[in-house]
Design a protein around this ligand. Structure first.
Ligand code: FAD
Ligand code: AMP
Length: 480
Protein backbone atom coordinates (compact mmCIF):
# COMPACT_ATOMS: atom_id res chain seq x y z
CA UNK A 1 0.00 0.00 0.00
CA UNK A 2 1.43 3.45 -0.85
CA UNK A 3 2.44 5.85 1.96
CA UNK A 4 0.05 8.48 0.72
CA UNK A 5 -2.86 8.70 -1.71
CA UNK A 6 -4.05 11.67 -3.72
CA UNK A 7 -7.67 10.65 -3.15
CA UNK A 8 -9.40 8.23 -0.77
CA UNK A 9 -13.08 7.60 -1.46
CA UNK A 10 -15.19 6.15 1.37
CA UNK A 11 -18.13 4.18 -0.07
CA UNK A 12 -18.36 2.46 -3.45
CA UNK A 13 -21.96 3.15 -4.44
CA UNK A 14 -22.71 5.02 -7.70
CA UNK A 15 -21.40 8.27 -6.18
CA UNK A 16 -18.19 6.80 -4.74
CA UNK A 17 -17.17 4.28 -7.41
CA UNK A 18 -17.70 6.82 -10.20
CA UNK A 19 -15.67 9.44 -8.28
CA UNK A 20 -12.86 6.91 -7.77
CA UNK A 21 -12.77 5.88 -11.44
CA UNK A 22 -12.80 9.49 -12.67
CA UNK A 23 -10.06 10.48 -10.19
CA UNK A 24 -7.86 7.57 -11.34
CA UNK A 25 -8.52 8.46 -15.00
CA UNK A 26 -7.17 11.93 -14.22
CA UNK A 27 -3.91 10.44 -12.96
CA UNK A 28 -4.65 10.69 -9.22
CA UNK A 29 -3.48 7.86 -6.95
CA UNK A 30 -6.86 6.68 -5.69
CA UNK A 31 -8.21 4.15 -3.17
CA UNK A 32 -11.85 3.31 -2.51
CA UNK A 33 -12.95 1.78 0.81
CA UNK A 34 -16.21 -0.20 0.87
CA UNK A 35 -17.75 -2.05 3.82
CA UNK A 36 -20.60 -3.92 2.06
CA UNK A 37 -20.45 -7.73 2.18
CA UNK A 38 -22.59 -10.18 0.22
CA UNK A 39 -24.43 -13.24 1.60
CA UNK A 40 -21.13 -15.21 1.57
CA UNK A 41 -19.43 -12.48 3.63
CA UNK A 42 -17.30 -11.33 0.68
CA UNK A 43 -16.68 -7.60 0.11
CA UNK A 44 -18.60 -6.14 -2.84
CA UNK A 45 -18.72 -2.74 -4.50
CA UNK A 46 -21.80 -1.04 -5.97
CA UNK A 47 -23.58 0.21 -2.83
CA UNK A 48 -27.33 0.43 -2.46
CA UNK A 49 -27.89 1.01 -6.18
CA UNK A 50 -26.35 -2.21 -7.46
CA UNK A 51 -26.96 -4.48 -4.46
CA UNK A 52 -30.40 -3.58 -3.09
CA UNK A 53 -31.68 -0.55 -5.01
CA UNK A 54 -32.00 0.61 -8.61
CA UNK A 55 -30.78 -2.54 -10.35
CA UNK A 56 -32.45 -5.38 -8.39
CA UNK A 57 -35.72 -3.45 -8.21
CA UNK A 58 -35.69 -2.91 -11.98
CA UNK A 59 -34.86 -6.61 -12.54
CA UNK A 60 -37.97 -7.59 -10.56
CA UNK A 61 -40.09 -4.86 -12.16
CA UNK A 62 -39.14 -6.17 -15.61
CA UNK A 63 -39.72 -9.84 -14.70
CA UNK A 64 -43.04 -9.16 -12.99
CA UNK A 65 -44.14 -6.98 -15.93
CA UNK A 66 -43.40 -9.77 -18.41
CA UNK A 67 -45.40 -12.21 -16.29
CA UNK A 68 -48.34 -9.86 -15.93
CA UNK A 69 -48.30 -8.88 -19.60
CA UNK A 70 -48.17 -12.52 -20.69
CA UNK A 71 -51.03 -13.39 -18.38
CA UNK A 72 -53.34 -10.49 -19.05
CA UNK A 73 -52.36 -8.32 -22.02
CA UNK A 74 -51.21 -10.61 -24.81
CA UNK A 75 -54.75 -11.63 -25.75
CA UNK A 76 -55.20 -8.04 -27.02
CA UNK A 77 -52.54 -8.89 -29.61
CA UNK A 78 -54.31 -12.11 -30.58
CA UNK A 79 -51.91 -14.29 -28.59
CA UNK A 80 -53.42 -16.93 -26.32
CA UNK A 81 -50.93 -18.54 -23.99
CA UNK A 82 -53.11 -20.68 -21.75
CA UNK A 83 -52.03 -21.11 -18.13
CA UNK A 84 -49.05 -19.00 -17.14
CA UNK A 85 -46.87 -20.25 -14.31
CA UNK A 86 -44.61 -18.24 -12.10
CA UNK A 87 -41.43 -19.34 -10.32
CA UNK A 88 -40.63 -16.57 -7.83
CA UNK A 89 -37.42 -18.27 -6.67
CA UNK A 90 -36.11 -18.33 -10.27
CA UNK A 91 -37.06 -14.67 -10.64
CA UNK A 92 -35.11 -13.76 -7.50
CA UNK A 93 -32.22 -15.95 -8.68
CA UNK A 94 -32.07 -14.10 -12.01
CA UNK A 95 -31.99 -10.79 -10.15
CA UNK A 96 -29.11 -12.08 -8.02
CA UNK A 97 -27.09 -12.99 -11.13
CA UNK A 98 -27.54 -9.48 -12.57
CA UNK A 99 -26.40 -7.94 -9.28
CA UNK A 100 -23.33 -10.20 -9.23
CA UNK A 101 -22.44 -9.43 -12.84
CA UNK A 102 -22.61 -5.69 -12.22
CA UNK A 103 -20.84 -5.63 -8.85
CA UNK A 104 -18.06 -7.85 -10.25
CA UNK A 105 -17.97 -5.37 -13.14
CA UNK A 106 -17.05 -2.55 -10.74
CA UNK A 107 -14.16 -4.64 -9.43
CA UNK A 108 -13.00 -5.01 -13.05
CA UNK A 109 -13.33 -1.28 -13.71
CA UNK A 110 -11.34 -0.47 -10.57
CA UNK A 111 -8.61 -2.81 -11.76
CA UNK A 112 -8.45 -1.46 -15.30
CA UNK A 113 -8.42 2.16 -14.08
CA UNK A 114 -5.86 1.53 -11.34
CA UNK A 115 -8.13 2.23 -8.35
CA UNK A 116 -6.99 0.43 -5.17
CA UNK A 117 -10.06 -1.37 -3.83
CA UNK A 118 -10.08 -1.82 -0.03
CA UNK A 119 -12.86 -3.82 1.64
CA UNK A 120 -13.66 -2.71 5.18
CA UNK A 121 -14.76 0.42 7.00
CA UNK A 122 -13.45 3.95 6.63
CA UNK A 123 -13.50 6.63 9.33
CA UNK A 124 -12.62 10.27 8.66
CA UNK A 125 -9.91 11.56 11.00
CA UNK A 126 -8.53 15.08 11.39
CA UNK A 127 -5.67 16.21 9.15
CA UNK A 128 -6.69 14.46 5.90
CA UNK A 129 -6.32 10.97 7.35
CA UNK A 130 -8.61 7.96 7.09
CA UNK A 131 -8.75 5.08 9.53
CA UNK A 132 -9.26 1.88 7.54
CA UNK A 133 -10.48 -1.24 9.36
CA UNK A 134 -10.56 -4.41 7.25
CA UNK A 135 -13.13 -7.19 7.73
CA UNK A 136 -10.73 -9.02 10.08
CA UNK A 137 -10.60 -5.96 12.35
CA UNK A 138 -7.05 -4.85 11.42
CA UNK A 139 -6.71 -1.07 11.56
CA UNK A 140 -4.49 1.18 9.52
CA UNK A 141 -4.19 4.97 9.22
CA UNK A 142 -4.07 6.14 5.59
CA UNK A 143 -2.81 9.60 4.59
CA UNK A 144 -4.23 11.43 1.59
CA UNK A 145 -4.55 14.89 0.06
CA UNK A 146 -8.28 14.53 -0.55
CA UNK A 147 -11.11 12.51 0.97
CA UNK A 148 -14.42 11.95 -0.82
CA UNK A 149 -17.21 10.79 1.51
CA UNK A 150 -19.80 8.74 -0.42
CA UNK A 151 -21.38 6.66 2.33
CA UNK A 152 -24.93 6.89 0.98
CA UNK A 153 -28.15 6.29 2.85
CA UNK A 154 -30.15 3.66 4.73
CA UNK A 155 -33.88 2.92 5.07
CA UNK A 156 -35.62 4.90 7.83
CA UNK A 157 -37.06 2.77 10.65
CA UNK A 158 -40.27 3.83 12.35
CA UNK A 159 -41.03 2.68 15.89
CA UNK A 160 -44.66 1.93 14.96
CA UNK A 161 -43.50 -0.82 12.57
CA UNK A 162 -40.07 -2.15 13.58
CA UNK A 163 -38.48 -4.29 10.85
CA UNK A 164 -38.04 -7.91 12.02
CA UNK A 165 -36.84 -9.34 8.70
CA UNK A 166 -39.76 -11.75 8.52
CA UNK A 167 -43.28 -10.30 8.63
CA UNK A 168 -42.13 -6.67 8.69
CA UNK A 169 -39.44 -5.92 6.12
CA UNK A 170 -37.78 -2.94 4.45
CA UNK A 171 -37.07 -2.42 0.74
CA UNK A 172 -34.11 -4.82 0.90
CA UNK A 173 -36.31 -7.59 2.34
CA UNK A 174 -38.96 -6.91 -0.32
CA UNK A 175 -36.39 -7.78 -3.01
CA UNK A 176 -35.73 -11.19 -1.43
CA UNK A 177 -39.22 -12.66 -0.92
CA UNK A 178 -39.26 -16.17 -2.37
CA UNK A 179 -43.03 -16.51 -2.55
CA UNK A 180 -45.85 -14.11 -3.27
CA UNK A 181 -47.56 -12.93 -0.07
CA UNK A 182 -51.34 -13.06 -0.32
CA UNK A 183 -51.93 -9.84 1.63
CA UNK A 184 -49.17 -7.27 1.34
CA UNK A 185 -49.12 -3.95 3.18
CA UNK A 186 -46.80 -1.12 2.17
CA UNK A 187 -46.23 1.87 4.45
CA UNK A 188 -45.44 4.88 2.27
CA UNK A 189 -46.65 5.51 -1.29
CA UNK A 190 -43.42 7.20 -2.38
CA UNK A 191 -41.24 6.10 -5.28
CA UNK A 192 -39.85 2.94 -3.64
CA UNK A 193 -43.21 1.92 -2.13
CA UNK A 194 -44.93 2.25 -5.51
CA UNK A 195 -42.25 0.30 -7.38
CA UNK A 196 -42.13 -2.56 -4.86
CA UNK A 197 -45.92 -2.56 -4.45
CA UNK A 198 -46.21 -2.83 -8.26
CA UNK A 199 -43.85 -5.84 -8.41
CA UNK A 200 -45.86 -7.88 -5.90
CA UNK A 201 -49.23 -6.66 -7.17
CA UNK A 202 -48.32 -8.02 -10.64
CA UNK A 203 -47.21 -11.30 -9.10
CA UNK A 204 -50.60 -11.74 -7.42
CA UNK A 205 -50.49 -10.06 -3.97
CA UNK A 206 -53.40 -7.95 -2.77
CA UNK A 207 -51.47 -4.75 -2.13
CA UNK A 208 -52.60 -1.98 0.23
CA UNK A 209 -50.47 1.17 0.35
CA UNK A 210 -50.92 3.29 3.48
CA UNK A 211 -49.73 6.85 2.97
CA UNK A 212 -49.82 9.54 5.67
CA UNK A 213 -50.00 12.49 3.27
CA UNK A 214 -53.12 13.37 1.29
CA UNK A 215 -51.02 14.65 -1.60
CA UNK A 216 -50.08 11.75 -3.89
CA UNK A 217 -46.53 12.00 -5.36
CA UNK A 218 -46.29 15.59 -4.17
CA UNK A 219 -42.95 16.25 -5.92
CA UNK A 220 -44.42 15.46 -9.35
CA UNK A 221 -46.46 17.77 -11.60
CA UNK A 222 -50.06 17.62 -10.30
CA UNK A 223 -51.58 16.66 -13.67
CA UNK A 224 -49.18 13.71 -13.95
CA UNK A 225 -49.69 12.49 -10.38
CA UNK A 226 -53.48 12.67 -10.85
CA UNK A 227 -53.19 10.51 -13.96
CA UNK A 228 -50.82 8.14 -12.13
CA UNK A 229 -53.30 7.65 -9.31
CA UNK A 230 -56.02 6.76 -11.79
CA UNK A 231 -53.80 4.27 -13.64
CA UNK A 232 -52.46 2.57 -10.48
CA UNK A 233 -55.95 2.24 -9.03
CA UNK A 234 -57.05 0.60 -12.31
CA UNK A 235 -54.13 -1.81 -11.90
CA UNK A 236 -55.51 -2.91 -8.53
CA UNK A 237 -53.19 -1.05 -6.14
CA UNK A 238 -55.29 -0.10 -3.11
CA UNK A 239 -53.86 3.32 -2.27
CA UNK A 240 -55.15 4.81 0.96
CA UNK A 241 -54.05 8.42 1.31
CA UNK A 242 -54.23 10.42 4.56
CA UNK A 243 -53.75 7.12 6.40
CA UNK A 244 -51.03 7.26 9.04
CA UNK A 245 -49.83 3.99 10.54
CA UNK A 246 -49.83 4.31 14.33
CA UNK A 247 -49.08 0.75 15.50
CA UNK A 248 -48.40 -2.80 14.35
CA UNK A 249 -48.51 -6.14 16.11
CA UNK A 250 -46.99 -9.37 14.86
CA UNK A 251 -49.28 -12.34 15.56
CA UNK A 252 -47.72 -15.58 14.34
CA UNK A 253 -47.26 -15.29 10.59
CA UNK A 254 -49.39 -12.16 10.30
CA UNK A 255 -49.04 -8.53 11.17
CA UNK A 256 -51.96 -6.42 12.36
CA UNK A 257 -51.53 -2.81 11.34
CA UNK A 258 -53.40 0.05 13.00
CA UNK A 259 -53.79 3.32 11.17
CA UNK A 260 -55.71 6.56 11.39
CA UNK A 261 -57.72 7.31 8.27
CA UNK A 262 -58.61 10.63 6.64
CA UNK A 263 -61.60 11.08 8.96
CA UNK A 264 -59.41 10.55 12.01
CA UNK A 265 -60.94 7.11 12.64
CA UNK A 266 -58.79 4.22 13.85
CA UNK A 267 -58.75 1.27 11.41
CA UNK A 268 -56.97 -2.07 11.27
CA UNK A 269 -55.74 -4.29 8.44
CA UNK A 270 -54.07 -7.70 8.57
CA UNK A 271 -51.17 -8.56 6.25
CA UNK A 272 -48.92 -11.55 5.61
CA UNK A 273 -46.03 -9.18 4.93
CA UNK A 274 -45.57 -5.49 5.62
CA UNK A 275 -42.98 -3.43 3.73
CA UNK A 276 -41.81 -0.23 5.43
CA UNK A 277 -40.90 2.33 2.74
CA UNK A 278 -40.98 5.63 4.58
CA UNK A 279 -37.83 7.14 3.12
CA UNK A 280 -34.06 6.98 3.63
CA UNK A 281 -31.61 8.77 5.90
CA UNK A 282 -27.95 9.68 5.43
CA UNK A 283 -25.44 7.04 6.50
CA UNK A 284 -22.98 8.71 8.90
CA UNK A 285 -22.85 6.45 11.99
CA UNK A 286 -19.29 5.95 13.21
CA UNK A 287 -17.99 7.82 10.16
CA UNK A 288 -16.64 11.07 11.57
CA UNK A 289 -14.01 11.46 14.29
CA UNK A 290 -15.17 14.28 16.62
CA UNK A 291 -12.22 16.50 15.63
CA UNK A 292 -12.34 15.83 11.84
CA UNK A 293 -13.99 19.19 11.15
CA UNK A 294 -16.81 17.88 8.91
CA UNK A 295 -20.18 19.40 9.84
CA UNK A 296 -23.67 17.95 9.41
CA UNK A 297 -26.67 20.08 8.41
CA UNK A 298 -29.85 20.32 10.51
CA UNK A 299 -31.27 17.17 8.84
CA UNK A 300 -28.19 15.03 9.49
CA UNK A 301 -26.74 15.22 5.96
CA UNK A 302 -23.08 16.13 5.54
CA UNK A 303 -22.99 19.88 4.95
CA UNK A 304 -21.50 20.80 1.57
CA UNK A 305 -21.42 23.80 -0.77
CA UNK A 306 -22.46 23.76 -4.47
CA UNK A 307 -19.17 22.08 -5.37
CA UNK A 308 -19.62 19.35 -2.71
CA UNK A 309 -16.81 20.67 -0.48
CA UNK A 310 -17.37 20.15 3.27
CA UNK A 311 -16.18 22.53 6.00
CA UNK A 312 -12.94 20.60 6.37
CA UNK A 313 -10.22 21.46 3.83
CA UNK A 314 -9.61 18.61 1.39
CA UNK A 315 -12.76 16.73 2.44
CA UNK A 316 -15.63 16.44 -0.03
CA UNK A 317 -18.97 14.59 0.12
CA UNK A 318 -21.25 13.34 -2.66
CA UNK A 319 -24.42 11.30 -3.26
CA UNK A 320 -27.23 10.40 -0.85
CA UNK A 321 -25.20 11.50 2.18
CA UNK A 322 -25.54 15.16 1.09
CA UNK A 323 -28.53 17.42 0.29
CA UNK A 324 -30.52 17.02 -2.92
CA UNK A 325 -32.56 14.22 -4.47
CA UNK A 326 -31.56 10.68 -3.47
CA UNK A 327 -30.87 9.48 -7.00
CA UNK A 328 -27.97 7.37 -8.24
CA UNK A 329 -27.20 9.61 -11.23
CA UNK A 330 -27.18 12.77 -9.07
CA UNK A 331 -24.47 11.18 -6.90
CA UNK A 332 -22.47 9.95 -9.89
CA UNK A 333 -22.39 13.42 -11.46
CA UNK A 334 -21.32 14.91 -8.14
CA UNK A 335 -18.56 12.28 -8.01
CA UNK A 336 -17.32 13.31 -11.45
CA UNK A 337 -17.47 17.01 -10.52
CA UNK A 338 -15.44 16.51 -7.34
CA UNK A 339 -12.81 14.29 -9.00
CA UNK A 340 -12.35 16.86 -11.76
CA UNK A 341 -12.16 19.77 -9.31
CA UNK A 342 -9.51 17.90 -7.29
CA UNK A 343 -7.59 17.52 -10.56
CA UNK A 344 -7.74 21.29 -11.02
CA UNK A 345 -10.66 21.55 -13.46
CA UNK A 346 -13.55 24.00 -12.97
CA UNK A 347 -16.38 21.49 -13.46
CA UNK A 348 -19.77 22.61 -12.15
CA UNK A 349 -22.82 20.37 -12.02
CA UNK A 350 -26.22 21.62 -13.23
CA UNK A 351 -28.59 20.82 -10.37
CA UNK A 352 -31.55 22.29 -12.31
CA UNK A 353 -31.62 19.49 -14.87
CA UNK A 354 -31.75 16.16 -13.04
CA UNK A 355 -34.25 13.67 -14.47
CA UNK A 356 -36.39 11.81 -11.94
CA UNK A 357 -38.10 8.53 -12.80
CA UNK A 358 -40.58 6.14 -11.21
CA UNK A 359 -40.32 2.75 -12.90
CA UNK A 360 -43.94 1.71 -12.59
CA UNK A 361 -45.87 0.70 -15.69
CA UNK A 362 -46.41 3.09 -17.31
CA UNK A 363 -43.26 4.89 -16.23
CA UNK A 364 -43.38 8.39 -14.76
CA UNK A 365 -40.51 10.75 -15.55
CA UNK A 366 -39.81 14.41 -15.02
CA UNK A 367 -37.16 17.03 -15.57
CA UNK A 368 -37.14 20.73 -14.69
CA UNK A 369 -39.93 22.72 -13.08
CA UNK A 370 -43.51 21.57 -12.51
CA UNK A 371 -46.46 23.78 -13.41
CA UNK A 372 -47.16 24.27 -9.69
CA UNK A 373 -43.58 25.46 -9.03
CA UNK A 374 -43.81 27.97 -11.88
CA UNK A 375 -47.20 29.25 -10.68
CA UNK A 376 -45.83 29.68 -7.19
CA UNK A 377 -42.81 31.58 -8.53
CA UNK A 378 -45.15 33.80 -10.55
CA UNK A 379 -43.46 32.87 -13.84
CA UNK A 380 -45.44 32.96 -17.07
CA UNK A 381 -45.30 29.87 -19.23
CA UNK A 382 -46.91 28.06 -22.15
CA UNK A 383 -47.96 24.42 -22.01
CA UNK A 384 -48.08 21.69 -24.60
CA UNK A 385 -49.70 18.36 -23.87
CA UNK A 386 -49.80 15.30 -26.08
CA UNK A 387 -51.70 12.18 -24.95
CA UNK A 388 -50.29 8.77 -25.92
CA UNK A 389 -53.76 7.71 -27.15
CA UNK A 390 -53.03 9.94 -30.19
CA UNK A 391 -49.66 8.27 -30.89
CA UNK A 392 -49.63 5.64 -33.65
CA UNK A 393 -46.64 3.88 -32.08
CA UNK A 394 -48.30 3.77 -28.64
CA UNK A 395 -51.48 2.35 -30.17
CA UNK A 396 -49.50 -0.30 -32.05
CA UNK A 397 -47.82 -1.29 -28.79
CA UNK A 398 -51.13 -1.19 -26.86
CA UNK A 399 -49.56 1.33 -24.45
CA UNK A 400 -51.89 4.31 -24.66
CA UNK A 401 -52.16 5.46 -21.01
CA UNK A 402 -50.56 8.79 -20.20
CA UNK A 403 -49.21 11.95 -21.79
CA UNK A 404 -46.23 14.19 -22.41
CA UNK A 405 -46.50 17.64 -20.85
CA UNK A 406 -43.97 20.25 -21.99
CA UNK A 407 -43.63 23.63 -20.30
CA UNK A 408 -41.81 26.58 -21.87
CA UNK A 409 -41.12 30.16 -20.85
CA UNK A 410 -43.89 32.42 -22.24
CA UNK A 411 -41.42 35.10 -23.35
CA UNK A 412 -38.34 33.19 -24.48
CA UNK A 413 -39.93 29.79 -25.34
CA UNK A 414 -37.03 28.11 -23.47
CA UNK A 415 -38.07 24.73 -22.10
CA UNK A 416 -38.56 24.92 -18.34
CA UNK A 417 -39.83 21.41 -17.65
CA UNK A 418 -41.15 18.19 -19.11
CA UNK A 419 -43.37 15.69 -17.31
CA UNK A 420 -44.31 12.35 -18.74
CA UNK A 421 -46.42 9.39 -17.72
CA UNK A 422 -46.43 6.74 -20.38
CA UNK A 423 -44.44 4.06 -22.22
CA UNK A 424 -40.64 4.53 -22.02
CA UNK A 425 -41.13 7.82 -20.18
CA UNK A 426 -37.63 7.51 -18.65
CA UNK A 427 -35.94 7.46 -22.04
CA UNK A 428 -38.23 10.10 -23.54
CA UNK A 429 -37.61 12.61 -20.76
CA UNK A 430 -33.87 12.20 -21.26
CA UNK A 431 -34.23 13.62 -24.78
CA UNK A 432 -35.74 16.75 -23.28
CA UNK A 433 -33.04 16.89 -20.57
CA UNK A 434 -30.40 16.99 -23.32
CA UNK A 435 -32.32 19.72 -25.13
CA UNK A 436 -32.63 21.73 -21.90
CA UNK A 437 -28.90 21.38 -21.25
CA UNK A 438 -28.36 23.10 -24.62
CA UNK A 439 -30.85 25.87 -23.73
CA UNK A 440 -33.36 24.61 -26.29
CA UNK A 441 -36.70 26.27 -26.97
CA UNK A 442 -39.91 24.33 -27.60
CA UNK A 443 -39.64 25.53 -31.18
CA UNK A 444 -36.15 23.94 -31.48
CA UNK A 445 -37.63 20.55 -30.62
CA UNK A 446 -40.59 21.31 -32.88
CA UNK A 447 -38.18 21.95 -35.78
CA UNK A 448 -36.25 18.70 -35.16
CA UNK A 449 -37.11 15.79 -37.47
CA UNK A 450 -38.39 12.80 -35.47
CA UNK A 451 -38.50 9.27 -36.83
CA UNK A 452 -41.91 7.78 -37.52
CA UNK A 453 -43.53 5.89 -35.94
CA UNK A 454 -41.81 6.37 -32.56
CA UNK A 455 -42.89 7.14 -29.03
CA UNK A 456 -40.55 10.15 -29.29
CA UNK A 457 -43.04 11.75 -31.65
CA UNK A 458 -45.15 12.42 -28.53
CA UNK A 459 -42.30 14.67 -27.27
CA UNK A 460 -42.21 16.39 -30.69
CA UNK A 461 -45.96 16.95 -30.70
CA UNK A 462 -45.99 18.24 -27.10
CA UNK A 463 -43.25 20.73 -28.06
CA UNK A 464 -45.27 21.80 -31.11
CA UNK A 465 -48.38 22.11 -28.93
CA UNK A 466 -46.58 24.67 -26.71
CA UNK A 467 -46.87 27.12 -29.59
CA UNK A 468 -50.19 25.87 -30.92
CA UNK A 469 -48.69 23.95 -33.85
CA UNK A 470 -49.40 20.31 -32.92
CA UNK A 471 -50.51 18.34 -35.94
CA UNK A 472 -52.06 15.18 -34.50
CA UNK A 473 -54.26 16.74 -31.78
CA UNK A 474 -56.44 19.84 -31.70
CA UNK A 475 -54.43 22.78 -30.31
CA UNK A 476 -55.71 24.46 -27.15
CA UNK A 477 -54.34 27.82 -28.31
CA UNK A 478 -53.81 28.66 -31.96
CA UNK A 479 -50.63 30.64 -32.62
CA UNK A 480 -49.02 31.48 -35.92
P1 FAD B 1 -25.03 4.11 -1.70
O1 FAD B 1 -25.42 3.49 -2.98
O2 FAD B 1 -25.92 3.92 -0.52
O3 FAD B 1 -23.57 3.59 -1.40
C1 FAD B 1 -22.89 3.96 -0.24
C2 FAD B 1 -21.86 2.90 0.05
O4 FAD B 1 -21.03 3.35 1.12
C3 FAD B 1 -22.47 1.58 0.52
O5 FAD B 1 -21.98 0.55 -0.28
C4 FAD B 1 -22.02 1.45 1.97
O6 FAD B 1 -21.75 0.09 2.34
C5 FAD B 1 -20.74 2.25 1.96
N1 FAD B 1 -20.35 2.77 3.26
C6 FAD B 1 -21.12 3.44 4.16
N2 FAD B 1 -20.40 3.80 5.23
C7 FAD B 1 -19.14 3.34 5.01
C8 FAD B 1 -17.93 3.41 5.74
N3 FAD B 1 -17.84 4.05 6.92
N4 FAD B 1 -16.82 2.80 5.23
C9 FAD B 1 -16.89 2.16 4.03
N5 FAD B 1 -18.00 2.09 3.29
C10 FAD B 1 -19.11 2.68 3.77
N6 FAD B 1 -32.07 5.79 -7.67
C11 FAD B 1 -32.16 6.05 -8.98
O7 FAD B 1 -31.55 7.00 -9.46
N7 FAD B 1 -32.93 5.26 -9.81
C12 FAD B 1 -33.64 4.20 -9.34
O8 FAD B 1 -34.31 3.51 -10.10
C13 FAD B 1 -33.55 3.90 -7.95
N8 FAD B 1 -34.21 2.83 -7.43
C14 FAD B 1 -34.06 2.53 -6.12
C15 FAD B 1 -34.74 1.42 -5.61
C16 FAD B 1 -34.60 1.06 -4.28
C17 FAD B 1 -35.33 -0.15 -3.75
C18 FAD B 1 -33.75 1.85 -3.43
C19 FAD B 1 -33.57 1.46 -1.99
C20 FAD B 1 -33.08 2.95 -3.92
C21 FAD B 1 -33.23 3.31 -5.27
N9 FAD B 1 -32.59 4.43 -5.81
C22 FAD B 1 -32.72 4.73 -7.13
C23 FAD B 1 -31.73 5.30 -4.98
C24 FAD B 1 -30.25 4.96 -5.20
O9 FAD B 1 -30.04 3.61 -4.91
C25 FAD B 1 -29.38 5.86 -4.36
O10 FAD B 1 -29.69 7.21 -4.66
C26 FAD B 1 -27.91 5.61 -4.65
O11 FAD B 1 -27.55 4.27 -4.41
C27 FAD B 1 -27.05 6.53 -3.79
O12 FAD B 1 -25.72 6.35 -4.14
P2 FAD B 1 -24.54 6.63 -3.11
O13 FAD B 1 -23.30 6.19 -3.79
O14 FAD B 1 -24.65 8.00 -2.60
O15 FAD B 1 -24.85 5.69 -1.85
P1 AMP C 1 -40.35 8.60 0.02
O1 AMP C 1 -39.70 9.61 0.93
O2 AMP C 1 -40.60 9.09 -1.39
O3 AMP C 1 -39.63 7.28 0.05
O4 AMP C 1 -41.79 8.32 0.63
C1 AMP C 1 -42.02 7.88 1.94
C2 AMP C 1 -43.48 8.11 2.26
O5 AMP C 1 -43.82 7.45 3.50
C3 AMP C 1 -43.84 9.58 2.44
O6 AMP C 1 -44.78 9.94 1.47
C4 AMP C 1 -44.41 9.65 3.87
O7 AMP C 1 -45.52 10.52 3.95
C5 AMP C 1 -44.84 8.21 4.14
N1 AMP C 1 -44.92 7.88 5.60
C6 AMP C 1 -44.00 8.13 6.56
N2 AMP C 1 -44.41 7.67 7.78
C7 AMP C 1 -45.65 7.10 7.58
C8 AMP C 1 -46.62 6.44 8.45
N3 AMP C 1 -46.42 6.24 9.76
N4 AMP C 1 -47.77 5.97 7.86
C9 AMP C 1 -47.99 6.13 6.54
N5 AMP C 1 -47.12 6.75 5.70
C10 AMP C 1 -45.97 7.23 6.19
Amino acid sequence: MPDKYDVIVVGAGPAGYVAAIRAAQLGLKTACIEKWTNAEGKGVNGGTCLNVGCIPSKALLDSSHKYHETKTDLTNHGINVGDVDIDVKAMIGRKGKIVKQLTDGIAGLFKSNGVTSLFGTGKILAGRQVEYTDHEGNKQILATDNIIIATGSQPIDIPVAPVNGNTIIDSTGALELTETPKRLGVIGAGVIGLELGSVWNRLGSNVVLLEAMDDFLAMMDRQISKEAKKVFTKQGLDMRLSCRVTASEVKGNEVVVTYQNSEGKEKQEVFDKLIVCVGRRPHTEGLLAPDCGVNLDERGFIFVNDQCATNAPGVWAVGDVVRGPMLAHKGSEEGVMVAERIAGQKTQMNYDIIPNVIYTHPEIAAVGKTEEQLKQAGESYNLGIFPFIASGRALAADETDGMVKMIADAKTDRILGCHIIGPSAADLVQQVAIAMEFGSTAEDIGMTVFGHPTLSEAVHEAALAVNGHAIHIPNRKKRK
